[in-house]
Design a protein around this ligand. Structure first.
Ligand code: PNS
Length: 191
């Protein structure tokens, strides 16, 4: 059975071992600044289809992330705590080259809403042109995560709002530390 990462409630549970392809390796790339429960939902769905999921953090010198790549990798490792079928790695350069190097034939991306589609569609077709052997598979997170993004989570914490249930507890703690103890105590989310 797939071990659920700490602090993540199941929503719209993916079927366990729903026709998993033997020996299949999928890359789940992204910035993960920081990882959210929406990302974790996609990883779980990936694990129900593929034997191994490599979470690949992009080393992007142009973006100004809140967390360093090392911090982001550590947060993901803490959340996944030695899961036997999850690997955490970093990459630079072309994603398809990285996927080929690690023996992955699939790129997994999450699609939350129509607004994600255009960018994802362009990337998938560009990646296919660059390497037709690598297929992009889109997975939809549970509806409860359809509005969750790293960007919004950072903004809410920065402004003193609650993000409990949207990110793993360790990420919430580190976000608050980054934003400084001087900020007002977070309000409880309304039910
Ligand atoms: O979490 P993000 O920022 O939406 O992830 C974007 C990511 C990392 C998937 C994308 O920027 C990427 O694949 N970068 C690698 C560079 C690349 O291969 N570009 C050409 C194909 S579109």
């Amino acid at each position: 059975m797939t071990a659920r990462p700490k602090g993540v409630k199941r929503q719209g549970r993916p079927a366990a071992r729903a026709g998993r392809r033997r020996g299949s390796v999928a890359v789940y790339p992204g910035s993960f600044d920081p990882i959210t429960n929406g990302h974790l939902d996609i990883i779980e769905r990936g694990l129900s289809v593929f034997d191994e999921v490599i979470i690949a953090i992009l080393l992007n010198v142009e973006k100004r992330p809140l967390f360093t790549v090392e911090e982001r990798a550590a947060l993901i490792r803490e959340t996944y705590g030695g899961h036997p079928r999850v690997r955490v790695d970093t990459f630079s350069g072309l994603l398809v080259d990285y996927a080929e190097k690690v023996g992955a034939s699939v790129i997994v991306r999450g699609l939350r809403a129509i607004s994600d589609f255009e960018y994802e569609f362009q990337m998938a077709l560009m990646n296919r042109r660059l390497n037709p052997r690598i297929e992009t598979v889109f997975m939809m997170p549970a509806e409860g995560f359809s509005y969750v993004s790293s960007k919004l989570v950072k903004e809410v914490v920065h402004l003193g709002g609650p993000v409990t249930g949207l990110v793993p507890p360790v990420v919430e703690r580190r976000l608050r530390e980054k934003n400084g103890a001087a900020r007002p105590a977070p309000r409880r989310a309304r039910r």
